[in-house]
Design a protein around this ligand. Structure first.
Ligand SMILES: Nc1ncnc2c1ncn2[C@@H]1O[C@H](COP(=O)(O)OP(=O)(O)OP(=O)(O)O)[C@@H](O)[C@H]1O
Ligand SMILES: [Mg+2]
Length: 341
């Protein structure tokens, strides 16, 4: 089987007054058809920029200057604007972090759904309205036929996010990019919305790129994970393996920073130092200034991608010498804590 999305060595830079921000510095990863994939990493490591580069919705000062973004065998970076517009929504849909800014407050939900549905599914307004109502019902909006003429402010945050999920799904995309889809929501609502996303992913066999900080969510929904650090992928692998047998010191540090209920863990382990600024980032391995295993070579030579299996990759000079194994029971407890947090 071929990947539906195959990102090959992309570099995305932002040109700012203080200098060039090397936001993505040779990012490669793929998503298989129907596969839910997690994109994980600290704030500022390039997750959103990757999503925006894929959909070509970067701000004016940003540009993907090298690499390929292959979607079903076509390089999206080469597509004329008109064709790219067809891909957005219909082929690749995105759910953004903040449900309020993605809905226009002055239009009824019906107006914000039916037009795009009619356009992308090539049907008339009446049929589009039926599709909209049906999808709203699928994501748990009751009395959807009546509520569809309401305005966004008449819905709660969780319901607005459901509406956006419905709007994305109504176009029958093949790939869904969900960028922190629940962080703007109340904790109690987060679980419900995640459940809907999981259900919809399974029901429609959607390929999904789920961007999140929350490792509990990753464990719950994804089958494979790509760990980002400083604008690069530092480790990839099946979710279970990444959780129990991380190979990269950064991945391990991420797990150690999950709060634990264990008695001996009264303090949270934090990763020393800060996420690098991506103007003049650290040379060679970008994690080396914060890594307790770093040696001279780490600041001199960029570590290569080492494939340990068809899906398992690690980008670290020292992974073979390290045993970063995480005890599975402790891991489960920690993930559960984060899920419930
Ligand atoms: N418009 C912009 N101009 C300059 N730099 C930018 C711009 N947008 C993003 N960046 C930089 O690109 C890097 C990656 O940002 P990105 O938004 O992808 O992070 P992220 O991983 O999504 O973080 P978060 O978890 O906080 O959403 C950051 O260093 C950020 O400062
Ligand atoms: Mg982001």
């Amino acid at each position: 089987m071929k990947p539906i999305l195959d990102i090959q060595d992309i570099y995305t830079y932002f040109y700012t007054e203080s200098g060039v921000v090397e936001a993505l510095d040779g990012v490669s990863f793929d998503v298989m058809p129907g596969e839910p994939v997690g994109i994980v990493g600290e704030s500022g490591c390039g997750k959103t920029v990757t999503a925006h580069s894929t959909l070509r919705i970067l701000p004016k000062n940003g540009k993907t200057i090298a690499g390929k973004i292959m979607y079903r065998g076509t390089n999206l970076l080469d597509l004329p604007d008109l064709q790219m517009r067809r891909i957005r929504g219909k082929e690749i849909a995105m759910i953004f972090q903040d449900p309020m800014t993605s809905l226009n407050p002055i239009f009824k939900i019906a107006d914000q759904m039916t037009e795009v549905i009619a356009l992308h599914r090539k049907c008339n307004k009446k049929e589009a309205l039926e599709v909209a109502i049906e999808t709203l019902e699928q994501v748990g909006i009751s009395d959807a036929d009546k509520r569809i003429v309401d305005y966004p402010h008449q819905f709660s945050g969780g319901m607005r996010q459901r509406i956006l999920i419905a709007r994305a799904l109504a176009l029958q995309p093949s790939l869904l990019i969900a960028d922190e889809p629940t962080t703007a929501l109340d904790v109690t609502i987060q679980a419900q919305v995640l459940e809907i996303i999981k259900e919809m992913q399974q029901k429609f066999g959607l390929a999904m790129m789920l961007i999140t900080h929350n490792l509990g969510v990753v464990a719950e929904i994804t089958k494979r994970v790509h760990i980002f650090y400083g604008g690069r992928v530092v480790e990839s692998g099946p979710t279970v393996e990444i959780f129990t047998d991380p190979k990269h010191p950064y991945t391990r540090a991420l797990f150690d920073s999950i709060p634990s209920l264990e008695k001996d863990k009264t303090r949270l382990e934090t990763i020393p130092g800060n996420v690098p600024r991506l103007i003049n980032p650290p040379k060679a391995c970008r994690f080396h200034p914060r890594c307790k295993f770093a040696t001279e070579v780490c600041s001199r030579v960029r570590p290569p991608d080492v494939w340990l299996g068809p899906q398992k990759r690690v980008v670290c000079h020292h992974f073979e010498e390290l045993d970063l194994h995480v005890d599975e029971t402790i891991m489960r407890k920690r993930v559960k804590v984060q899920e419930e947090a």
